[in-house]
Each structure stands twice: as structure tokens, then as C-alpha cells.
Design a protein around this ligand. Structure first.
Ligand SMILES: Cc1cc2nc3c(=O)[nH]c(=O)nc-3n(C[C@H](O)[C@H](O)[C@H](O)COP(=O)(O)OP(=O)(O)OC[C@H]3O[C@@H](n4cnc5c(N)ncnc54)[C@H](O)[C@@H]3O)c2cc1C
Length: 532
């Protein structure tokens, strides 16, 4: 059956009338979509609840009009038919207009590609302390952030060291790389990765479906960097187009999917088993309850944590969710430094250009071959995009690891969202150690620009506001001990059997790699556990 038909058939009557689905999944992004595909393939009847629903034009004429214009001006065709100065001025003007309802979301570089897919910040507010800003970038629509045009598409495994304990505050993962390896491979095969294996310890080899060789511009870039810094190990990025997990799940005939369903609470039976999910139905404008003995929370790290915080009642989550408990704590995002400019072309492949095809330098802090003391450090991705004449656009993004700290946390605020659900207060800041790392990242991007003969823009180079890397994780970390973690090594809640959390909320540490491949591998593994 086609997904559109599944959505049409999932009426509120059918959801309320169902005695129980085998499983309910909250969210249809990288985690939720994959869970839907895996669980339905195993024969389970699955209900996916997804918050996304674009309001009709007559309800939001101004923002719908602005967003349509934003999208139009972001198309490459606009650049071909209009002078670049006109396009630039129109984009700047429209972005300012978009700030009206999406002040946070419009700060994301990819917002113009799908403005209606990102949340309306007025309807979906959150708070931060005044001196601790946080950019919480969210997409509420089928497929989640992974399917936003302009998504980075980088899918890298965590290094072996990424799972290890580093300090008392950073206890490591309750599973190791070996436990996750088969699940990484399962997901990589599904993704159909483009890239190259290099045997570099910081970027474990993957299953590559489409082997790539560097193009002349990348070869020049990588050789120049190797000559300059003997300890640098530039490799090609590994990328893939988004998967159609929800479409695959629909084809099994076992899927139901309700859109515009904002989950607010997990329901737990008196015996301590997951029992279903309560959600606000945006179309029917009322609260509804759906029943299932298995619940997968895949609403994205912070949204999932918010759901858990909102679910505290009776005996459920009273311990891990108490003031001193682990729920809501140890949130992280990559410490990100970005620089942009123009560089000589040197034979970049214009035809079939794919943004995912970048150069990645893992542990670039060790480029001078310094001894490895701290396991953290930083890496750097370099994007070279065809530009005007003999020039190309240069973007360098350096991501460093933010260490997990209990005081970086999520709590419930007194504010409510448009649907009456308590919202989050996000308190997250860089530590003194991270501020020192940032200085190293800034000099590293400047040094790379210098070596590659890049003319950098005038913008001051410094760390982005936390959240801007859009790799936010933590809040319901996994561990061996219910005293210090929220879920067990199989992603199952310590408090309620049948409740699985499989998005980035469970990360005990962020590591250096982009998080989504690990989120999907954990999800695939948790699905197998739930089915067994
Ligand atoms: C522009 C951009 C580029 C990126 N590039 C990369 C990259 O190159 N590599 C990488 O690894 N990561 C990248 N990321 C991050 C990556 O997209 C996320 O890590 C990943 O999408 C997280 O998947 P998820 O399923 O946990 O959450 P999401 O993709 O955010 O999906 C969450 C889903 O839950 C739904 N939802 C939310 N709240 C509720 C609720 N209360 N009730 C019901 N449904 C709800 C939403 O509608 C959505 O479908 C990028 C992100 C962006 C925005």
C-alpha cells in the first residue's frame, strides 16, 4: 500500500477503535522511520505518530506566503535567471520576514530549502537562561531532518575510542563497537553509502555500496594537506541520500500513520509496562490515547526527553526523573566552528555535484603528530562547491566533542506550547576546557584556509551558539546502572518494560562523528531486541 493511502486510512476512529497495535513509534525521522521499516518487516502492526502538519494557507496566509517565496528564491534556477545581487537581497529580506514566526529555525542554513518542514517557533517555544542561548533546530514532518534539502548526508561510524570511558563524569557506553558493528552494516547496506574505506582508526571502515575516488580538486586538497601536516589523515566523506523507510513500512500492509499527532506522554500500566501514548491531535483538536505494549520514542533527542519528563507519574520515572536523577541531564552538541570563503577551482566536478561529497579530516588536532592524551580533540569537514568563473565556494566546519556534564540539562518550563503541552528549558554552555579547544579550532580553520589559498569572508570566526551543529544528543542516556542512566544497554527504559528510546537522547557521550548513523544502528538493534 502507498504511504499516502496509509495516512488517509489512519483516521482517529481507527486509532481509538484499535484494541492495541503491537507497537507505537513516536516520530518518523531517521530513528522512527527506520524502526517502522524494521518492526513492520518483522510482522508487527505499527502505529507511527508524527507531529508534522503544515497549516492550510487560510490559517497562516502571511507565513505560508513568505515560506513559498523563501523556497522559490533558494532554488538554483533563481540564480540562473536573476542577477546574483538581486537573489542575495531577496534572500536576506525573506529571511528577515521568516524570523517573525521562525526566529530560531531561520538561522539554519538549510531552512530556505523547506521552511514549512521546520517548526513554527511561536507555536513550539522553549526557554534558555539569558546567558546560555541554544539554537534548537527542529523539523516536524514525515522523514524528519534527514530529508531536508541541503542535509549534510554524512554517515560515519563512531571510533573504538568513542565508546570508551574517559573519566568519572564521562563513563563511556555500556556497549562497544563490536556490539554495534553488525547493526552499522545493516543500516549502511540500506543507505547505500557512497565513499571510500581508508583504514583510519578514527573513522572505522563502513560497508560502501558505491566506491568513490577523489576528484582532481579533492586530490589536490588532500595532497596539499598531507604535505603540510604529516599527522593529518584526510579522507572522503561518506554520504547517502535519504531512505524511504516510511514508504517501505507502508508496503508491508502493517503500518498505520497519524500525522499532526503531537505526543505528550507515555502511558504505563500499574505493572510497570509501556501501555500506549497520549497525543494531541491537531486536526481533531483534542487529546487522544493509542494503546500498544511496545513504544519506541524517536522524536529527536530533546523532544523525546521532554516526553519522558512529561510522563513522570505514579511509580514511573520517579527515580531517574527526580531532581537529582539522570533524566534530562548530560545534553551535548558538537562545539562547532565554521569559516567560509572563495578558493581556486582546480577541477572540481561540476556535473552531478553532491554536497555530501566532502573531505573529512578526523582528529585534525593531531595534525602535527602530537601525542594523544585527551581522547576528544576535533575534526574538520571541507566543502568545495562550484562557484562563478574559475572560483569555488569554500566552507570548513570543525566539530569538537562537548563532554557530558550534569549541569547541561533539560527541565520542564512553566510555559506550554500551542497544544497545552509543557515545554523545555534548555540550559547548556561551553566549559572552560571547550573554550580552549575552540581557540585551537579557529586557528586550525585559518591555517587550512591559508594552505589552500582561500580568501575567507570578513565574518569573525568563532564558536557557534550551542545547538547550531544540529547534532544535539543526550538527556536520557544509556548505561549499565539504573542509578545513573535512563535506559539499559538495549535502549529499553529501566522503569517500564516495552518502552524503548532509540534516538540521540541515549548517547552517553557525543564523540566526534555526526550522530545519525549511530542513532540508526542503535534503533535497528533495539528493534531486534523488541521483536525477540
Ligand atoms: C541541515 C541539517 C544537516 C544535517 N546534517 C547531518 C549529517 O550530515 N550527518 C548527521 O549524522 N546528522 C546530520 N544532521 C542531524 C540529523 O539530521 C539528526 O541527527 C537526525 O535527523 C536525528 O534523527 P531523529 O529521528 O532522532 O530526529 P528527527 O530527524 O528530528 O525526527 C524527529 C521526528 O519526530 C517527530 N516529532 C517530534 N516531536 C514529536 C512529538 N511530540 N510527537 C510526535 N512526533 C514528533 C518529527 O515530526 C520528526 O518526524 C543534520 C541536521 C540538519 C537539520
Amino acid at each position: 500500500m502507498k504511504l499516502t493511502k496509509v495516512i488517509r486510512q489512519t483516521t482517529l476512529d481507527s486509532v481509538e477503535g484499535a484494541t492495541a497495535y503491537d507497537a507505537i513509534i513516536v516520530g518518523s525521522g531517521a530513528a522512527g522511520g527506520l524502526a517502522a521499516a524494521h518492526l513492520t518487516r518483522e510482522g508487527l502492526s505499527v502505529l507511527v505518530l508524527d507531529a508534522g502538519l503544515t497549516p492550510p494557507v487560510w490559517q497562516r496566509p502571511k507565513s505560508r506566503g513568505v515560506n513559498a517565496a523563501v523556497r522559490l528564491m533558494s532554488r538554483p534556477k533563481a540564480l540562473q535567471v536573476l542577477p546574483s545581487g538581486v537573489v542575495w537581497r531577496a534572500q536576506t529580506f525573506l529571511r528577515a520576514m521568516g524570523r517573525d514566526r521562525q526566529p530560531v529555525q531561520s538561522s539554519c542554513y538549510a531552512w530556505p530549502g523547506l521552511p514549512n518542514g521546520f517548526v513554527d517557533d511561536v507555536d513550539n517555544p522553549y526557554e534558555t537562561p539569558e546567558d546560555k542561548p541554544f539554537n534548537w533546530i527542529r523539523a516536524h514532518h514525515l522523514g524528519g531532518r534527514m530529508v531536508v534539502p541541503g542535509h549534510g548526508k554524512q554517515y560515519l561510524r563512531r571510533s573504538l575510542a568513542g565508546f570508551a570511558a574517559k573519566s568519572e563524569a564521562n563513563p563511556g557506553w555500556p556497549i562497544d563497537a563490536e556490539a554495534l558493528a553488525p547493526w552499522y552494516e545493516t543500516v549502511e547496506r540500506q543507505l547505500g553509502l557512497y565513499g571510500q574505506n581508508n583504514g583510519v582508526e578514527w573513522v572505522p571502515d563502513s560497508h560502501i555500496t558505491h566506491p568513490l575516488e577523489p576528484d582532481p580538486a579533492q586530490t589536490h586538497m588532500m595532497e596539499t594537506i598531507r604535505q603540510e601536516w604529516t599527522g593529518a589523515k584526510p579522507v572522503l566523506g561518506r554520504y547517502a541520500d535519504p531512505m524511504d523507510n516510511m514508504g517501505q513500512a507502508a508496503e508491508t500492509g502493517k503500518l498505520a500513520c497519524r500525522i499532526g499527532a503531537v505526543a505528550s506522554r507515555v502511558c504505563v500500566s500499574p505493572e510497570g509496562r509501556a501501555d500506549g501514548v497520549e497525543f494531541y491531535d491537531r486536526r481533531a483538536e483534542r487529546t487522544v490515547r493509542a494503546k500498544a505494549p511496545i513504544v519506541f520514542l524517536c522524536a529527536s533527542s530533546f523532544e523525546t526527553t521532554r516526553l519522558l519528563l512529561n510522563s513522570r507519574s505514579g511509580a514511573f520515572l520517579v527515580h531517574s526523573g527526580s531532581e537529582g536523577g539522570p533524566l534530562g541531564r548530560y545534553i551535548m552538541d558538537h562545539v562547532s566552528v565554521k569559516a567560509e570563503g572563495m578558493m581556486p577551482d582546480r577541477g572540481i566536478a561540476d556535473k552531478d555535484f553532491n554536497l555530501g561529497n566532502c573531505v573529512y579530516m578526523p582528529r585534525f588536532d593531531l595534525r602535527a603528530g602530537a601525542p594523544e592524551g585527551d581522547h576528544s580533540g576535533y575534526g574538520m569537514r571541507i566543502y568545495q562547491v562550484p562557484g562563478p568563473g574559475q572560483q569555488s565556494y569554500f566552507t570548513a566546519v570543525s566539530d569538537a566533542e562537548m563532554l557530558p556534564r550534569a549541569e547541561n540539562r533539560l527541565t520542564l518550563s512553566n510555559r506550554r506550547d500551542r497544544w497545552g503541552i509543557p515545554t523545555l528549558r534548555i540550559s547548556c554552555a561551553h566549559s572552560e576546557r571547550e573554550k580552549t579547544v575552540i581557540k585551537g579550532q579557529v586557528s586550525a580553520v585559518e591555517a587550512v584556509a591559508d594552505v589552500l589559498k582561500v580568501k575567507l569572508n570578513d565574518a569573525k570566526i568563532g564558536a557557534s551558539v550551542p545547538g547550531s551543529a544540529i547534532h544535539e544528543v543526550g538527556g536520557a542516556r544509556m548505561g549499565d546502572d539504573p542509578e545513573t542512566s535512563v535506559v539499559d544497554p538495549n535502549n529499553q527504559s529501566w522503569d517500564a518494560k516495552g518502552l524503548y528510546v532509540t534516538d540521540g537522547a541515549v548517547f552517553p557521550s557525543i564523540g566526534l562523528q555526526n550522530p545519525t548513523l549511530t542513532i540508526m544502528a542503535l534503533t535497528a538493534r533495539a528493534c531486534a531486541h523488541a521483536v525477540a
